[in-house]
Design a protein around this ligand. Sequence first.
Ligand code: ATP
Length: 510
Amino acid sequence: MAAPKENPLMEKIVSLCKRRGFIFQSSEIYGGINGFWDYGPLGAELKKNIRDCWWNDMVRRRDDVVGLESSIIMHPKVWEASGHVGGFTDPMVDCKTSKQRFRADQIFFSPVVVDGKTVDYVSVLESERVAEELQEKAETLKRKKAIQGKLEAVQPRDFTEARPEEIPLVPSPATGEPGSLMPPRAFNMMFETYVGALRDESAIAYLRPETAQGMFVDFKAILDTGRVRIPFGIAQIGKSFRNEITPRNFTFRSREFEQMEMEYFISDLDDWEKWHRHWIDWCRDWLVSIGVPASHLSEYNHPREKLAFYSKGTTDIMFRYPFGEQELWGIAARGDYDLSQHAKVSGTPMIYFDEATKRRYVPHVIEPAVGVDRIALAILCSAYNEDQAPDEKGNLETRVVMRFHPRIAPVKVAVFPLLKNKPDLVQKAKEVRDLLRLHMTTFYDEAGAIGRRYRRQDEAGTPFGVTIDFDTLGEKPELKDTVTLRDRDTMKQDRVMISDLLPLLLERIR
Ligand code: ATP
């Protein structure tokens, strides 16, 4: 289904996610449903850690941001005012022959030009290597058709830029043959449903395609609670739904996903560029603080001519996924568009009164919007690592290790009795587990050889392993009440007093 093809690293990550219970396809026993995913025990913990870190850093530890949880289904007029009913569309292309659908901006094509004359067209789907792939296809085509002359370099364009006379000449990515692609048409990505017992036009409502409108619609209610002064933000975490034409790249583009968005309201006279920069830097630093490598991050500024008319500027923080550099976090300066639209359509003024200057105005907004699933995927991709480690007999073998930052690791510490058939070891190990699990996610494992248990935790990305052995019980009196503490990354083991264990681990997972 949506698993990426021909990407060995991605295949390994997808397979590990399934094998270890990070991510499963939704409804798999019924053949799955495209664009929907379930997070298993480890994945659920990983996502919760991402959400908790963001909420703590974005809301609880700041004076200027408050939280919100608005409903997923809102009044349908919300989506008329926001522009989603009229304009939340992607350009869709039907292939008549295969009945497949594509996003027009994900089909790339080029004329094949030999000695200055267009002899045919080639096409490929979006990838890291669009130009190279088109060039290879053009060369193959020239060779197969035995066309003589000099082949010119391809000039990739996406299918939204195809001229009407070119449309029938571009091969369909599904069949490889021209003539079956239809002209692109706008496809609205909002999921529709009905509210109440009647199933007519008047009962139509939408699953929200973003959480942001909740913050705009509740702006006045939050202002009226009296706690906030400009500049301030409203933050929300929640599910969003988009009927994506081509869900793909594992969880990267899903139809149900989770967003963490914050609307930061500033004065209409404020320097919006300063605030925009402030939030881009904040987002980047935050990603690094949870273990996303800075080396995989870059910034993309949307060109002026492609921005919506009200937008002042949008910068995306891009992440280098194994399938290419893609948007992770969008930081948009949206002016006063959203509040003004809701004021106009609802008739409720969205005015802020500045006590100091006695001035009334509609605030402007900076919006950092990110998908939890895209962060989780970025973390899974950058944590995946293979190295060499000795097996039970001391021979080197390949070890798969998820190098999660301890702050974000699904399980912080695993506790092992050296042997499971020694009641004293088991009892002591369970005591240590009980001591730790009040404070952090802890996993107790007594099954199998200790080396194999370490490997299982390496794959789960557990940063610390605690082993209770005979010395813990006092076989060597000077080591009584000590345990070995194993570090996932260095595989080094230190002897630590049980009484020191909790403060030491709390310090390291902070
Ligand atoms: P894209 O161009 O990739 O479709 P977008 O620009 O439409 O994304 P926004 O509307 O700005 O995305 O949404 C904010 C954030 O929500 C994105 O940066 C991304 O992290 C996340 N997001 C958007 N669409 C999806 C999706 N289909 N699946 C998973 N996450 C998504």
